[in-house]
Design a protein. Structure first.
Length: 259
């Protein structure tokens, strides 16, 4: 089975197991969407084999089905094995499917922007008669636009000029939609009151990125970043203690930040 854009579709055994888990929950696709950060259409693709689900989606379905995720994640990892090499003329073109890879260490991803960061760090002030002024390396974003896709905002320095564009909160946690004008990226941030496991995700249309943090991780608050031209139409979500909260801007929402 092949994904329409050329990447390998989910292994059939994984799809069968996911369907079994979905049936075990007794939930409809709409109910799954309401209890997770993933849309009804996304769940349809995951369960029909049209698209490989991200790891957090598999973990969320196992939690809802009260099933041990170990064996299911083994199927998920097996489905991620690369296909045999193909002749150059037969190799499908186009960009890599958005779910590959969500879990590359940020330190590796940051290398792609290192050259741009070094060049920007030695930029001169440009004022006549002034001495050369180097911009501090720690303040230079390490990516921009599509090169930021999947990176974390703190490691890429995109959080430096981040603005909160939408917010929702209750007694246990607060979720914010964050946007960086310099990096042109958006992400979800969740602040939890106490030690609680959490899953943080950001979505723009069918493009979804997420990260899961255990209860003993007190520093992980952000989802990976989405490359977007504007925060309009972006939704930030978090699942904490089995409850999901989402916030975002409609496509015609005013651009003013809330902080």
């Amino acid at each position: 089975m092949r994904h329409p854009q050329g990447s390998t579709a989910p292994d059939e055994s994984l799809v069968v197991r996911l369907r079994e888990l979905k049936d075990r929950t007794g939930l409809s696709l709409a109910a799954l969407a309401a209890r997770t950060p993933y849309s009804k259409s996304a769940w349809h693709r995951y369960l029909s084999g049209g698209k490989r689900p991200p790891r957090p989606a598999v973990e969320a379905l196992c939690r809802l089905a009260e099933a041990d995720a170990t064996a299911v994640l083994a199927l998920w990892e097996a489905a991620d094995e690369p296909a045999p090499p193909e002749p150059p003329e037969e190799r499908p073109g186009g960009r890599r499917s958005p779910w590959l890879p969500l879990w590359i260490p940020v330190s590796v991803l940051a290398l792609f922007g290192a050259a741009a960061a070094v060049a920007a760090a030695v930029a001169l002030s440009g004022r006549p008669g002034s001495a050369p002024v180097a911009q501090p390396l720690s303040e230079v974003p390490r990516c921009h636009g599509s090169s930021c896709q999947g990176e974390l905002p703190d490691a890429s320095v995109c959080a430096r000029d981040a603005q909160t564009r939408s917010r929702v909160a209750d007694h246990a946690y607060a979720v914010r939609l964050r946007y960086s004008p310099s990096c042109r990226t958006a992400w979800s941030e969740v602040r939890v009151h106490g030690r609680l496991a959490r899953e943080v995700s950001v979505r723009a249309g069918d493009d979804i990125l997420s990260a899961s943090y255990p209860a003993d991780d007190v520093t992980g608050v952000n989802s990976p970043m989405l490359s977007v031209g504007s925060p309009r139409g972006v939704e930030a979500c978090a699942e904490v203690g089995g409850k999901v909260a989402c916030t975002g801007l409609d496509a015609d929402a005013p651009p003013a930040p809330v902080d």
